[in-house]
Design a protein around this ligand. Sequence first.
Ligand code: C2E
Ligand code: MG
Ligand code: MG
Length: 387
Amino acid sequence: MLLQGVACRMLAAAPEAFVARIGGDEFTLIITTGEQPAAAEAVAKRLLAAFIDDFVIDGKSIQIGLSIGGAVYPADGTDAKTLMANADAALYQAKAAPQMSLMFFQPEMGFQLQERHNLQLDLRQAIARGELLLHYQPQFHIAGEVIGFEALARWHSPTRGLVPPSTFIPIAEECGLIIPLGEWALREACREAATWAEPLAIAVNVSPIQFHHGDLPGLVHTILLETGLAPARLELEITEGVLINDFSRAVSILRRLKSLGVQIALDDFGTGYSSLSYLHAFAFDKIKIDRAFISDLEHNHHSMAIVRAVIGLGHSLEIPILAEGVETEYQHGFLVTAGCDQIQGYLAGRPFPIERYAELVNGPPPASERHSELPLEQTGRPMAARG
Ligand code: C2E
Ligand code: MG
Ligand code: MG
């Protein structure tokens, strides 16, 4: 019914166009009359205006977004295939915009699309060739004691160098590679943590796509058995993205995960929908305040108020609050005063290969083996000693 409603609005807004639905939620319009690109732009603007109001289906209001990508004959292609591909490249850019938007094809978009495609091919091989690795960032009790580590994926590509997760995770999500990648990260982090002398926690990020794919609780259960890691030491970090589309299914998966004995943390809190109903529907074991609010503390009174309010909320709900991205003594001091429970950030320890944190995970070496090859501030020990 929603698709029918969408089609009706499109036809009404673009009577001069040929309109077709070409896939799930994708439509194509062909506009052959008038001067281009002005004519196409005029239609696109009418379309955007037509989608501002909610759709009402079965008495329920539904708001949907609209992104439009355009390509113009003959400048952007002289055959249907090229025109469609270039309109698609423009659509991809339009989708990246936060609001409903319109983009026309530009030649550099073609290169970007090609680059994305190449990156996908490389990433597929990277997993097989073992070019992925995990870095570990310590998490501390505000008083200084180490609690555990967050495992963060890195891609060491022989041709591209060290590719950051902000580049390859979204691409892996787009093409489904996040499934093997996420499974690898989970298994590798659990395997590593099971070797530590100290029973510290290990936090692993779970992408919304991985969360809703297959049987995540079953996979977690298998990996725990395989690696021998105590379930209570594993913490899965999810974002609100997991809860948006199919809330009741998501909550049921979360409950099944919880019943395995693992912990569930809500990552990047404050940047998404931050709906309080999520906190009401499921008992999270930790809330991580997004780095954006922490980095703003020095300059922004609103961020101060928000951070204080989230800490207060956590305390009332008896959920520990961790502040992400703590970089300065000022931020640390503010968080101590505000009663924040835990911190993670460059101030206390950067993400590094686990060898750099050997003393935290295995305790101090015997006196005879002690050597000081690393400056103290890189090992995370200063925070551990801060007490
Ligand atoms: P995240 O889960 O919120 O991880 C925290 C990010 O903040 C990490 O970025 C970390 O290096 C960075 N960070 C920590 N402390 C500081 C600080 O004091 N200052 C600054 N500027 N940054 C700090 P990273 O490693 O680049 O990872 C980015 C994101 O990629 C992660 O955000 C997570 O969403 C995703 N990611 C990483 N590894 C995985 C993975 O194995 N699976 C999935 N699904 N996502 C992953
Ligand atoms: Mg995380
Ligand atoms: Mg985060």
